[in-house]
Every structure is written in structure tokens, then in C-alpha cells.
Design a protein around this ligand. Structure first.
Ligand SMILES: [Zn+2]
Ligand SMILES: [Zn+2]
Length: 246
């Protein structure tokens, strides 16, 4: 009966332990080229940062790249046709090499030293949200998947943000069922799998919540998560991710 909380605690400890070991054995070098950091606490050197696949112009609502810079308050055709439940999305990079490889290494290869580097990238993007943020919500994993992986990658990349901006992290939203690996599914299937997947265990009296994820693909995950937040007392939702799959 008490098995689930015990497993949850156990996998949180396993994640902490892996992170400590990684911190101890990995000196502060650029996570992409391996050159030792000369500029203080940087996990990505200036050269590699400049070479990353930055998105020049994107829709402010869903982060989908667009050909030209859109005027303030004007969103892409898809958002105009079907406005998403979140007000804004920032996902500064394309899901291309080396970001795709690094995110997969973090997620599936347990290369946790990428997490503070991605956290560093996200910290720099926070200034793009014009409305003050009250709390972070890393996209929850189902407890079984988190137990298998030992950590939640979204929580790992959100941790430096929470620390830097002294923001609380919402722990009362859970993923109700294990969905098949989303990367293998078509958009329609993803959407079907995610409906009712997230549950807020209590009412959240918050003005503005920032959902944090590693990569935004179709936006279905963040859409359903945002809807659950709005149903449970949150007034406004925004999204921050490392990359946008296009
Ligand atoms: Zn580098
Ligand atoms: Zn859009």
C-alpha cells in the first residue's frame, strides 16, 4: 500500500546520488567541446554557444519558427486558428545537432552533467517573460518511468532556474499513466495518449506558472498540462523549453 511513496523517495535519492557523483567527477568543462571553462561558472563556452542552432524568429505563443519577425502580440497562423491554453512559449533552439544528441544523452544515457548546462541556457531566457512568474512546473514523468530512469530530466534542467530566481517548484501535479514513448508516435496518437494524463492533486492558488520541459514537439504535452493547471486555480501559464522540434 505504501509502496508508491517509498519508490518515489527511492528514485529521488537515486537521482540526487547520480548528480553528486557526476558533479564530483566532472570538472567544469564546456559540455560540447570539453574545453575547461575560463569564464567562471560557464558550462557552455562562448564558441559553442554561438554555434548552437538558435531560432531567429518564432511565434511568441507556441515557439514555432516563422520566416519573419512577427509584430508584438501577433501569433502564428496555427495559434490564431486554435489558441493554446498557455500565453507564451520560449524554446530558443532547434531540436537539431548537438542539442538533440545532448538531450538524448541526458535522458537516456544518464549524462546528468548536461542538466546544469541546459539550466544555464534557460536562465538566460527568463528575461523574455514579461509577466512575473510565481512557480515552476517541470513536466512530470509517470512514477514508473521516473523509477526506471532514476530522475526526471525536466526537473533536472529546472533546478538551476528555481535556485537562481528563488522560485518554488510545484510537486502536486502528477502523471496518471505511463504513455508510450512519445518520440515514436504521430501527432494524433500523442494527443490521444496525453488527454487526462496530468492530474493536480490539490487546488493551486497561483497567478503565473512556468512549465519547464526539455523539448517541445507538437505542444500537446504542454497543452494538456496547461489545461489542468487552469482548471485548478492557476490564472496564467507559460512554457520554457530548451528546444523546439520543427
Ligand atoms: Zn565549447
Ligand atoms: Zn504559434
Amino acid at each position: 500500500m505504501q509502496l508508491f511513496p517509498i519508490l518515489r523517495t527511492a528514485c529521488r535519492h537515486a537521482g540526487d546520488m547520480l548528480r553528486c557523483i557526476d558533479d564530483a567527477i566532472m570538472p567544469l568543462r564546456c559540455v560540447f567541446c570539453g574545453i575547461r571553462s575560463t569564464a567562471g561558472e560557464q558550462h557552455i563556452c562562448e564558441g559553442c554557444r554561438g554555434d548552437l542552432p538558435w531560432i531567429a524568429n518564432a511565434c511568441g505563443r507556441c515557439a514555432q519558427p516563422v520566416a519573419f519577425e512577427l509584430p508584438q502580440g501577433v501569433h502564428c497562423a496555427a495559434c490564431q486558428k486554435r489558441p493554446p491554453p498557455f500565453q507564451s512559449t520560449v524554446a530558443p533552439l532547434r531540436y537539431e545537432f548537438p542539442i538533440d544528441a545532448a538531450l538524448k544523452a541526458l535522458k537516456f544515457g544518464r549524462r546528468l552533467h548536461y542538466a546544469p548546462a541546459f539550466g544555464e541556457l534557460l536562465i538566460a531566457e527568463m528575461q523574455r517573460f514579461s509577466v512575473e512568474i510565481d512557480a515552476l512546473l517541470p513536466v512530470p514523468l509517470h512514477w514508473r518511468r521516473q523509477a526506471m530512469r532514476g530522475f526526471n530530466q525536466a526537473s533536472e534542467i529546472a533546478r538551476p532556474l528555481a535556485k537562481r530566481y528563488a522560485l518554488p517548484t510545484i510537486l502536486d501535479v502528477t502523471r496518471r499513466r505511463a504513455t508510450p514513448f512519445q518520440s515514436n508516435l504521430a501527432a494524433k496518437e500523442r494527443s490521444k495518449n496525453l488527454r487526462h494524463a496530468f492530474v493536480a492533486r490539490k487546488s493551486l492558488d497561483l497567478q503565473h506558472v512556468l512549465i519547464v520541459d526539455d523539448v517541445v514537439t507538437t505542444g500537446a504535452t504542454t497543452r494538456f498540462l496547461a489545461e489542468e493547471l487552469l482548471r485548478n486555480g492557476v490564472t496564467r501559464v507559460s512554457v520554457l523549453a530548451i528546444a523546439r522540434a520543427t
